[in-house]
Design a protein around this ligand. Structure first.
Ligand SMILES: C[S@@+](CC[C@H](N)C(=O)[O-])C[C@H]1O[C@@H](n2cnc3c(N)ncnc32)[C@H](O)[C@@H]1O
Length: 240
């Protein structure tokens, strides 16, 4: 009688990636200040600016040719993005990131490791999320945004009323936006905009209610240095 051996498929984790193959390029903390502003409002030479995407052929980016249902805004070095993709193979996660060398580095890892449900775009969310269908996103992560402490730099913060409108548009009715920050002024600023726009309801949650068991690069720094941070979950208001 023939026996069939079913080989258990090895679960891939971040630890199974040999990061020595991917030395980090020299990465600056920030990039060209114009990249944080919408392209339409700039009056300077824009030959080098993240492409403002309108439509995307998803078959070029995800193995199942489907659009993303999870978005990681400002994915940075992508620990969260890669780990999410490996842990939730049924989801397609898209990272958008404004620093080009970080994006190239991550794109190389994704391609070389064959992570078919993760993609990263060089993109500035200051230009909205027009390349995403309305009501297509289950989870939208906005984790540890750049704080931009000086008042004259506030305009570089990605969290604007227009951005919140776009988030509310792309979230499914049951979708959730996850926000984390370790900067109290930024937290207050988020609340002001959420209160003014009235599109998303928010509540602060603790670790037990944060249903995504993955830690970001910045969160790891906070944990290692005992820096407190807040977690907020936003859901769509019935009227939005
Ligand atoms: C402090 S890092 C946090 C990275 C990551 N989410 C984490 O928690 O480790 C913020 C990231 O947002 C990116 N970012 C800032 N403004 C952006 C924008 N307008 N569009 C896309 N990414 C942006 C920055 O380049 C940076 O990588």
């Amino acid at each position: 009688m023939g026996t069939k051996t079913v080989m258990a498929k090895e679960k891939r984790t971040l630890k199974t990636i040999d990061f020595r193959k991917y030395p980090l390029p020299r990465i600056r903390h920030h990039t060209n200040p114009n990249f944080y502003l919408p392209k339409s409002r700039l009056k300077v030479d824009l030959s080098f600016y993240p492409p403002v995407l309108e439509t995307v052929d998803w078959s070029e980016h995800f193995a199942n040719a489907q659009p993303p249902n999870v978005l990681d805004v400002g994915c940075g070095l992508g620990k969260f993005l890669l780990e999410y993709a490996l842990n939730f193979p049924e989801d397609n996660i898209l990272g958008v990131e404004v620093r080009p060398f970080v994006v190239q580095w991550l794109q190389n890892i994704i391609a070389t490791e064959g992570i078919g449900n993760a993609a990263v775009f060089w993109y500035s969310v200051a230009n909205g999320l027009g390349f995403l269908e309305s009501e297509s996103i289950d989870k939208l992560f906005y984790l540890f945004p750049d704080p931009w402490f000086k008042k004259r730099h506030f305009k570089r913060r990605a969290f604007t009323p227009d951005f919140v409108r776009e988030c509310a548009r792309v979230l499914k009715p049951t979708g959730r936006m996850y926000i984390m920050t370790d900067v109290p002024q930024v937290d207050e600023y988020h609340r002001e905009i959420l209160d003014a726009t009235q599109l998303l309801e928010y509540r602060y949650v603790d670790e037990t209610e944060w249903d995504v068991p993955i830690v970001t690069n910045q969160e790891e720094i906070c944990r290692n240095n005992q820096i407190p941070y807040v977690r907020m979950i936003c859901t769509k208001r019935a009227s939005s």
